[in-house]
Write a protein that binds this ligand. Structure first.
Ligand SMILES: Cc1cc2nc3c(=O)[nH]c(=O)nc-3n(C[C@H](O)[C@H](O)[C@H](O)COP(=O)(O)O)c2cc1C
Length: 358
């Protein structure tokens, strides 16, 4: 039903405008805490198969909402009510910025995919502080990136500014060096540049939150060469990072026709066409780091089968963005329910027992 509505009606309108409208309605409908609690209890019944503890926090399930949906942390409580186990807000940058000219987000319905070149449109790290409180019910990752106007030489200071403001408010912090839409950003994945960046953010988190060690993860692109994936993994181990998120969107165009690709233009491709590459990157990371780092699998997850495949490949947590767009509001609760069934059918009493068992 939702798919039909999506394909016939919603997909005719500008993708970003529909996102704003849909998200605005959701926030208004679920503005009252009582309504949110009621809905979450219905959509997220207690399930010991899915419950797990990560970074010292109890999560109801391993399925999270990926970064980019709620960049400014304006609706994470409403999104959580839909049955996600955790939410990642951001990308937030040191300075507020408008992002790229519109249109900058496109659906490719035939491939269950999106192309976006939003370019980190957000109100900046400082503005988000007021909207984040601790303690809170929602487990929250905070994803930080580089302000576009800041030159590469000053990138570390820009990330550090965001980390100083937001670290103590986050359940985990993600250094995003993998968006294709900020010129030069992905160069920061090169180990010579990544080492000082991650070291400085780690030190900032330690200074800003002496009582609680804030977990730090790095989010990587699916377009890295295999050897570069290995190098980032080794660096993450060397610097004592807590995990890696694999992956961001791709600059590849996968199965899209030249016409489909051209209609959207530049940007990162997400959704079904990203599935295989994200899975391969995850497998490579897991082979390299085993259980020493927490891996979050993201990219093209559409079903409980996809989620289980990532978990078996070594992901403790999974995230999605595009699958949620195409799946609709009930998608997170459906996926978690089906994942629980799949896990039990395979003889796993708890999701943690399945991690890396593929
Ligand atoms: C419209 C859109 C905006 C995004 N914005 C961000 C972002 O700000 N920061 C980030 O780290 N990832 C961002 N992403 C990437 C997603 O978090 C995710 O890594 C990617 O889309 C792959 O997952 P999916 O196939 O489930 O969408 C964005 C993705 C989309 C589709």
């Amino acid at each position: 039903m939702y798919r039909l509505l999506f394909e016939r009606v919603l997909a005719r309108f500008d993708a970003e405008s529909m996102h704003r409208l849909g998200f605005g309605l959701l926030r208004a409908l679920l503005a009252f805490p009582l309504v949110r609690h009621w809905l979450r209890a219905r959509l997220n019944p207690r399930d010991p198969t899915l419950a797990l503890s990560v970074f010292g926090r109890a999560l109801d399930s391993p399925l999270g909402l990926a970064a980019g949906f709620d960049k400014d942390a304006v609706g994470y409580e409403q999104l959580y009510a839909l049955g996600f186990g955790f939410i990642e807000i951001g990308t937030l940058t040191g300075e507020p910025q408008p992002g790229n000219p519109k249109p900058r987000m496109f659906r490719i319905v035939a491939h269950r995919a999106l192309i976006n070149r939003l370019g980190f449109n957000n109100r900046g790290a400082r503005a988000a502080v007021a909207r984040l409180k601790r303690p809170r019910a929602v487990p929250l990752g905070v994803n930080i990136g580089k302000t576009k106007l800041v030159p590469e030489e000053a990138a570390v200071a820009d990330y550090v500014a965001s980390a100083a403001l937001l670290g103590a408010l986050a359940d985990y912090v993600v250094v995003n060096v993998s968006s294709p839409n900020t010129p030069g950003l992905r160069n920061l994945q090169a180990v010579e540049l990544l080492r000082p960046l991650l070291s400085a953010v780690r030190a900032t988190l330690d200074r800003g939150s002496p009582a609680r060690r804030v977990p730090l993860l790095v989010k990587i692109a699916p377009d890295l060469a295999d050897e570069d994936v290995d190098q980032v993994a080794d660096l993450a181990l060397e610097l004592g990072l807590d995990g890696i998120i694999a992956t961001n969107t791709t600059i590849g165009r996968g199965p899209l026709s030249a016409e489909e690709a051209e209609r959207a233009g530049a940007g990162g491709l997400s959704g079904a066409p990203l599935k295989q590459r994200s899975l391969l990157v995850l497998r490579r990371l897991h082979a390299r780091v085993g259980a020493r780092l927490l891996l979050i699998g993201v990219g093209g997850i559409e079903s409980a089968e996809d989620a289980l495949e990532r978990i078996l490949a070594g992901a403790t947590l999974v995230q999605a963005y595009t699958g949620f767009i195409y799946g609709g509001l009930l998608w997170p609760s459906r996926l978690r329910r089906e994942l629980s069934v799949l896990l039990r059918a395979r003889g796993f009493a708890n999701v943690k027992d399945a991690v890396g068992r593929g």
